[in-house]
Design a protein. Structure first.
Length: 256
């Protein structure tokens, strides 16, 4: 089943570290992380600016209080996440969603390859499993989304999907696109995934913000969208695409 890898808010769920949602004992934290290695679980690392990457945990070393993730030099999102200072990791073990904060991140070159080393987390928060998994779309063959501009139906807007789940998507638009108000509903759009995979759906814009490029300059407009009017056929097409991207990401992570 596709899974949701968006970081969840911890406030209100985590108390003093002794509630049912928290794992704080060092031995238990290390055991949970080791299970992520043993099950070859995919892990999403998300930076505060919205950048993220998908990877796998490489090692857990309680003696040095460090953990390491396998990464590629040119992996999309790596530099942004590594340079953020702090990121949030989200992974799944069976019916549990695990979330923990990563600090003191740095890239480390090992004989076996490049690693993203972090401080061993002192807290893992467990959440009830959700229904959707967000995957990053390939940058060279990203899916597209086309819709009519509200108030100007003759103007067709084409966006590049940056990441997608069965719940919604993140869409990049040219910087000169007029900004959208959160809550704007687009009743119909066409989504082209890859090859002949496409579907029609509606969506609601949940957020609209400017994102910067690697040079720090404004690069594009990012819309956070939630699907609406997603029928069973469209959802099935989307799930097939997401599952395929998951397999590709897992295979890529295993080669590192």
């Amino acid at each position: 089943m596709p899974l949701d890898t968006q970081p969840a808010r911890m406030d209100g769920l985590v108390g003093g570290g002794d509630d049912e949602f928290s794992v704080t004992k060092p031995a238990e934290v290390a055991a949970y992380l080791q299970r992520l290695i043993d099950t070859r679980a995919l892990i999403n690392l998300s930076a505060p600016d919205g950048s993220f990457l998908t990877t796998m945990l490489w090692w857990v070393d309680p003696a040095s209080a460090s953990i390491g993730f396998s990464v590629d030099e040119d992996q999309e999102g790596l530099q942004e996440v590594a340079g953020a200072g702090e990121s949030v990791a989200v992974a799944y073990l069976e019916n549990e969603k695990l979330q923990f904060v990563l600090a003191r991140m740095r890239l480390l070159r090992e004989p076996q390859g490049l690693a993203l080393q972090c401080q061993l987390p002192d807290l893992i928060v467990r959440f009830q499993r959700r229904k959707s998994f967000r995957v990053r779309a390939p940058s060279l063959s990203a899916p597209t989304l086309r819709f009519r501009m509200p108030g100007n139906p003759d103007h067709i807007v084409t966006g590049r999907i940056r990441d997608v789940s069965v719940g919604g998507c993140g869409m990049l638009l040219p910087l000169d696109t007029p900004p959208f108000e959160p809550g704007t509903v687009i009743p119909s759009c066409r989504v082209d995934l890859e090859l002949e995979e496409r579907f029609i759906a509606g969506f609601e814009i949940r957020r609209c913000e400017v994102v910067n490029g690697k040079d720090g300059k404004p690069q594009a407009l990012l819309l956070g969208c939630r699907w609406s009017r997603l029928d069973s056929g469209a959802e099935r097409t989307l799930q097939v695409y997401i599952n395929r991207q998951q397999k590709r990401q897992r295979a890529s992570a295993a080669r590192r």
